[in-house]
Design a protein around this ligand. Structure first.
Ligand code: PGA
Length: 248
């Protein structure tokens, strides 16, 4: 048996305001303690507010992206060092929206994960296939290729990442992968983590894509699903809390 503590991470995407965030965080911390580890990934401008609201609480926080570069003339980018300076624990890298809308390559995602680790952040590395790729039976090939790029670049430190399997067709669509579909991919990813790092049994693999209070428990009950990366349902305290409880 392994003791992987469940992890539930809210991905706020480009939503929120100082007022709305404060209310959301109040609702989450009021529900502490959780058996699962809980975290929120907020837009950059709100991280300092989130840090203040999370001070002395169990909830961790992070960002939704970081630069692959250390520092310098990269207008608009935010470095991993800056995120660490703000007390972030996590940073999402390689979300499918960034891969699709900002043409982030597997190689760039790997560089971002490396920058995150170099500054003591835990990268949450997202992988996932499109509907077309699933229909063409490419799911395993795609997610293994995406993950392999990160594992290869990180080498011995690869065991420190968190992986998030997010089928693109399930994100924001209300169309969740069935627990069996998700577990099948998680099993493949775990085997890949094991063969690359030798620590696959200790590493956490989150599921993301239309996780809601009413489907979370069944998903989290799967052998290789160690929690969730939550988009829409992370914007309502009651829903996020319910999903957190489902992981406990
Ligand atoms: P969703 O988003 O829960 O709204 O589907 C998940 C994600 O994109 O991380």
């Amino acid at each position: 048996m392994t003791a992987r503590r469940k992890l539930v991470v809210g991905n706020w995407k480009m939503h929120g305001s100082r007022t709305a965030n404060a209310e959301l965080l109040r609702g989450i911390v009021a529900a502490e303690p959780f058996a699962a580890e809980m975290a929120v990934c907020a837009p950059f401008p709100y991280l300092a507010d989130v840090a203040a609201a999370a001070a002395g609480k169990a909830i961790a926080y992070g960002a939704q992206d970081c630069s692959a570069h250390e520092q310098g003339a990269y207008t608009g980018e935010v470095s991993a060092a800056m995120l660490a300076d703000l007390g972030c624990r996590f940073v999402i890298v390689g979300h499918s929206e960034r891969r699709a809308l900002h043409r982030e390559s597997d190689g760039l995602v790997a560089e971002k994960a490396k920058a995150a680790l170099a500054h003591g952040l835990v990268p949450i590395v997202c992988v996932g296939e499109t509907l077309l790729q699933r229909e063409h039976a490419q799911t395993e090939i795609v997610v293994q290729r995406q993950l392999a790029a990160v594992l290869a670049l990180l080498g011995e430190r690869a065991c420190e990442i968190v992986v998030a399997y997010e089928p693109v067709w399930a994100i924001g669509t209300g169309r969740t992968a069935t627990p069996e579909q998700a577990q099948a991919v998680h099993g493949v990813l775990r085997a890949q983590l094991q063969s690359a790092t030798g620590h696959g049994a200790q590493m956490r693999i989150l599921y993301g894509g239309s996780v809601k209070p009413d489907n979370a428990a069944t998903l989290f009950a799967q052998l290789d699903i160690d929690g969730g990366l939550i988009g829409g349902a992370a914007l309502k305290a009651a829903d996020f809390v319910a999903i957190g409880r489902a992981a406990g």
